[in-house]
Design a protein around this ligand. Sequence first.
Ligand SMILES: Nc1nc(=O)c2c([nH]1)NC[C@@H]1CN(c3ccc(C(=O)N[C@@H](CCC(=O)O)C(=O)O)cc3)C=[N+]21
Length: 293
Amino acid sequence: MTTLLDGKTLSKTIQSELAEEVKVLKDQGIQPGLAVILVGDDPASQVYVGSKRKTCEKLGILSKASILPASTSQDELMAIVDQYNSDPEIHGILCQLPLPAHLDEQQVIEAIAPSKDVDCFHPENVGRVLIGMPRFLPCTPHGIVQLIKRTGIETTGKHTVILGRSDIVGKPLAAMMLQKDSGENMGCNSTVTVCHSATKNLEELCREADILVAAIGKPEFVKGHMVKEGAVVIDVGINRIDADNEKGYRLVGDVDFEEVKPRCQAITPVPGGVGPMTIAMLMYNTVSSARLS
Ligand SMILES: Nc1nc(=O)c2c([nH]1)NC[C@@H]1CN(c3ccc(C(=O)N[C@@H](CCC(=O)O)C(=O)O)cc3)C=[N+]21
């Protein structure tokens, strides 16, 4: 029997733990606050931002939002970041990516105060993760590690193969899976391989994985023959495919779920896997930032 790694249910458990912590902080006169910046009208981004705001409300976290037109200039955007940097009610700032093409993402990421960088995208915070001294952990990789560890899946000595070398998933997840496990730093003691578009023997490497993570944004790329019997498969893909339903689309992961599921020990569904965990860990970072303030 294959275990379904149910991110939707686990994210709710984590949310109720956080709601308790928010109460304790409020008794001390601190309400955690998150600012979300959205530029332009990408429909998927609007869904994510809406869901982040709803989750804040549920947990008692203050949320402020700046919803800006696609025509916003770099200077206007930088001014908004500055304003949240100096806002004492705000402990976390998230600027939804990707930004419209005329805007410089890296400049915005580096302008966010590292102490409020709940995405963990600022070079200082990325560097801290790499040396095993994190201030925050990046939301999607942290969600993945929580999902694995809280299910009781062993990571020590396991071969983790990651498909994708992005700055927001592949690279930081590699650092966390590789990190020595100190009991509290979310290190995993894994042996890590990262595959990408120039990797030569990608299918063979996948078949050697005890834990296989797909984060490449290619619908149903991982097929049954690429997965070892008994592997744990984590699907980070959230690809929108046109469909004849009321939404006009359906979500498909980077893994061919039907083909892969029977072969593995455990697998994440899409939707309801890594996505909801990402939002839960964003709330976790916002609460921990408020606690540190
Ligand atoms: N600064 C920044 N930080 C981010 O964390 C960030 C970002 N930019 N840009 C885009 C990606 C993507 N992302 C997701 C979060 C939740 C779901 C999620 O909850 N997905 C649901 C389905 C939602 C739906 O129906 O579309 C699920 O998988 O069950 C998905 C994707 C955060 N991102």
